[in-house]
Design a protein around this ligand. Sequence first.
Ligand code: SF4
Ligand code: SF4
Length: 362
Amino acid sequence: MEFELKWVAWEITRRCNLHCVHCRSSSELEVAGHPDFPTEEAYRVLDDIATFAKPVIVLSGGEPLLRADVFDIAAYGTEKGFRMCLATNGTLVTPETCERMKAAGIRMVSLSLDGADAGVHDDFRQQPGAFDGTLNAARLFREHGIPFLVNSSFTKRNQDQIPKVYRLAKELGATAWYMFMIVPTGRGEDILEELISPEDYEEILNWHYEMERGEDELLVRPTCAPHYYRVRLQRAKEAGERVRHRTLKFSTGGAKGCLAGQLIALIDVDGNVLPCSYFPKAAGNIRKQSLREIWNESPLFKELRDFSKYKGRCGSCEYVAVCGGCRARAYAVTGDYLDEEPFCGYVPRRLRAGEGASKPGG
Ligand code: SF4
Ligand code: SF4
């Protein structure tokens, strides 16, 4: 596998107008100690990235539309040849925003939808009116010809909504629907007990497999459910079928389950470079080093790319190279990001045969 930077989530502000239960950045309308950086710094970051990679860049937050210069940053990135995208909660989208998005060359927008009705979505987002905001944004994007994908986050609180949310995403005219089971980080740590159990997780991934087999319009993928890559292979093998693989050009190509620090990275509002949006450990800081240096030299990234260092069941697993387990969940639950994925119930062949059982966590 080549470890080329293909996708960057960039937290251009930590401010947000919502207060979601699962928020990875614990965003608020004012975030003390984590101010927005100046526009000039944003341009420097884009210049820096352009020296060695041409990733998809997702302007994210917080809520990126709270930054007055968001479209200047997007336009600069577009000029540099990046495929610029934007992740929004949708509540601030207006017809004018849509026109400015198009003018700035935004290629894809992601919207959040965590429930199939206002009661569930607004409860999850802790904001009355958030559901209507998302639906309104989807309508505006359709009217303005802006492609959008729907991201849906689930915990025990809303897991029964999964099939309904999928159907609604399709009705809204989304290009893709990404189902995401919360990774505990940021404010999400408070909801560890709300996380979907490993047994239900497995069942939901199997549901997704069935759904994906019959889905020809909407692109679908469980985000950060690396063991879906194992489930897919197992199910296809059982049925004697080939694994069907459709992918969005604004994604990483789906080379493998967990891509943290391998094809993707997050740059936070303070310039820290992290393996992904849910992995609260920095590999370096772009105010002190170039991104190229961090990407190529950081010990953390090197460790994440060395699958032979993985421990527990992941370390013994025949699927490690296609799955890899969620390193952020391992970190949140065990304190060791190389440990086994705590939300996968699979027992690798080697361990069933009694080999490798003395490995830590195995
Ligand atoms: S044990 Fe780890 S590598 Fe194997 S399928 Fe589960 S999460 Fe993936
Ligand atoms: S560690 Fe990997 S699977 Fe987990 S949230 Fe990050 S990218 Fe996703």
